[in-house]
Design a protein around this ligand. Structure first.
Ligand code: NAP
Length: 299
């Protein structure tokens, strides 16, 4: 016997939780399924300064506020891993199968891995993908940040206020992230730029001890560090839907930003093909997906 819901939302990031908010306010019976923790990528952002009318809110507070908002409205959230969806709108998790009148996929993206030896092994033992979550473990220590986008720049700034030294390693000599962060970092005595370089190896047996970086002229340098924060972007994680849903470079295709190729299965947030992956566009997607799903349920 299936557990039946009006709308099943896969993913409890800003897009998924906003979809839930709109559906609950329309009095729909909503199930949100989340494999890890609610909040998605935004919990990694120490300070959000580009969300209208909420300057300075932390990603953690943003996620908590939204979670409280939907659970206060009676949202059912289950922390289970979705392993597939079927033609008949059933959603299979590692624990159960649920049936929806519609499904919204809001699975977001996950941190890209460097794919060098010892990376997986030393996660939680010096290797991290979240400076806001783990930075405090490295107070007074030496860390490195890898990446050149806004996440890496923000991480380096955040860590420069906690750690003795921060090495910022980037594969080019120009940053993808905003100039204002680069300027702020250049003013910090404890931030050291290692440009045109990549991480060749992560070294350590039981815990991280050092990294070896290699520059474009093949010159290698080994740096002793206590923590490595990898911030080299994100990738979607949609292979589980590939049997049913059309993907493009791993992202879910949608002609209008809401509908997938399957009737009653919608997409919202960073996981779809789109130009701008921001908090503002994620919550916008969530509200539109829920509204369209409800309308088409009632047609
Ligand atoms: P991103 O903008 O995609 O940047 C990823 C960085 O990692 C790039 O500098 C890239 O180098 C580098 N990189 C990628 N693969 C690599 C590899 N295999 N080895 C070494 N370096 C690699 O990712 P993000 O910084 O996480 O940001 C994601 C989105 O969120 C962006 O739109 C960003 O603006 C937004 N964001 C906004 C804020 C804010 O507004 N406050 C904060 C955080 C994130 P190249 O530049 O050479 O490609």
């Amino acid at each position: 016997m299936f557990n039946m819901y009006d709308i099943i939302i896969v993913g409890a990031g800003p897009a998924g939780m906003t979809a839930a908010l709109y559906a609950l306010r329309a009095n729909k019976n909503v199930l949100v399924l989340e494999a890890k923790v609610y909040g998605g990528q935004i919990i990694n952002t120490p300070v959000i300064d580009n969300y209208p009318a909420a300057p300075g809110i932390s990603g953690f507070d943003f996620a908590n506020n939204l979670y409280k908002q939907i659970t206060d409205l009676g949202c059912t959230i289950k922390f289970e891993t979705v392993i597939g969806i079927e033609e008949d709108l059933s959603v299979v998790t590692n624990k159960e199968t649920y049936k929806g009148k519609s499904i919204i996929i809001a699975t977001g993206v996950e941190n890209r891995k460097l794919n060098v030896e010892n990376e997986e092994k030393l996660i939680g033992k010096g290797v991290s993908y979240c400076a806001t979550c783990d930075g405090h473990f490295y107070k007074g220590k030496v860390v490195a940040v890898n990446g050149g986008g806004n996440t890496a720049l923000e991480d380096a700034l955040y860590l420069s206020n906690l750690c003795n030294d921060v090495y910022l390693i980037h594969r080019r000599d120009e940053f993808r992230g905003e100039e204002k962060y680069v300027d702020e970092l250049k003013l910090k005595d404890n931030v050291h730029f290692i440009l045109n370089s990549t991480i060749k190896s992560i070294n350590g047996t039981d815990k991280l001890e050092s990294i070896t970086v290699i520059d474009k002229g093949n010159k290698e340098e080994t740096i002793n560090i206590d923590g490595l924060f990898i911030a080299i972007g994100q990738t979607p994680n949609n292979e589980i839907f590939g049997n049913l849903i059309e993907l493009e470079n791993g992202y879910i295709k949608s002609n209008d930003g809401v509908h997938t190729n399957k009737d009653k299965i919608y997409v919202a947030g960073d996981t779809r093909v789109k130009d701008l992956r921001q908090l503002t566009t994620a919550v916008s997607d969530g509200s539109i997906a829920a509204t369209v799903a409800i309308k088409e349920m009632e047609d």
